[in-house]
Write a protein that binds this ligand. Structure first.
Ligand SMILES: [Zn+2]
Length: 236
């Protein structure tokens, strides 16, 4: 199954799942994010949320690849096993999971942080990443809360093979959204892949975002549909 096919389902305002017709319908969350040089920009009518540029301090950022498996700036988080168990019974939109066999594979599994293998059994569920994060913190994301479709294994699984940034889900293009400790969105970055393959721009950008002390959480998302892939938090 391709990413496009995987994302023909998306949440509507009521939290239920509705079928899309191709790529025609887009929610506000799916529009491209542009955050460059927005320090003095006020929000425009119709924008989903006030945003600001996340200031970067590349000079203080760790060198690329320095902390691939033991990053002290952030930790990569797949969906927690206990949350997966809940989603397998009833998802964050209140629906039972949709079970299917993905003959083509390729879409990201949010439990194991790797692509689906051809012929693998998967479950499609609605997931509210900010709401789940807030439940374990003092955050109150309020209107920033959103629900979207994700693939997970339909049975308990082993989770990611290793800690650190899941390179299998690093590209081709990603949006990184940064959130404050109270759940407000702070800004985001659009990440293009390195054509040479010599660097990992998504990983580097993630490290840069966490140089802002206000950043508590970053969502890594697909670009075209805005689907949540995984998150990074400060350790502890
Ligand atoms: Zn899994």
């Amino acid at each position: 199954m391709t990413m496009d096919k995987a994302n023909l389902l998306s949440s509507d305002a009521g939290g239920g799942l509705t079928a899309h017709r191709g790529h025609a319908r887009r929610t506000p969350q799916e529009r491209p994010l542009v955050f460059a040089s927005t320090a003095s920009r006020s929000s425009r009518p119709g924008e989903p949320a006030p945003e600001r540029d996340v200031r970067l301090r590349p000079a203080s950022a760790p060198a690329f690849g320095k902390h691939e498996d033991m990053n002290t700036t952030y930790e990569i988080r797949a969906i927690e096993p206990e949350v997966l168990d809940q989603l397998r019974d009833r998802d964050d939109a209140g629906n039972p999971p949709r079970l299917l066999v993905d003959e083509e594979g390729g879409s990201p599994l949010r439990c194991c942080l790797r692509p689906i293998r051809p012929g693998e059994k998967v479950a499609l569920v609605s997931y509210a990443p900010l709401r789940r994060w807030a439940a374990a913190t003092d955050a109150e994301p309020g209107p920033y809360d959103e629900v979207g479709p994700v693939f997970i294994h339909p049975q308990p699984c082993q989770g990611p093979e290793k800690k650190g940034f899941p390179n299998a889900l690093a590209g081709p293009r990603r949006v990184l959204r940064a959130y404050a400790p109270d759940g407000r969105i702070l800004g985001g970055r659009l990440v293009e892949p390195d054509p040479s393959g010599q660097t990992r721009p998504a990983e580097t950008t993630l490290t840069e975002l966490f140089t802002d002390p206000q950043v508590a959480l970053v969502h890594i998302r697909a670009v075209e549909f805005g689907c949540f892939l995984f998150e990074a938090r400060r350790p502890g």
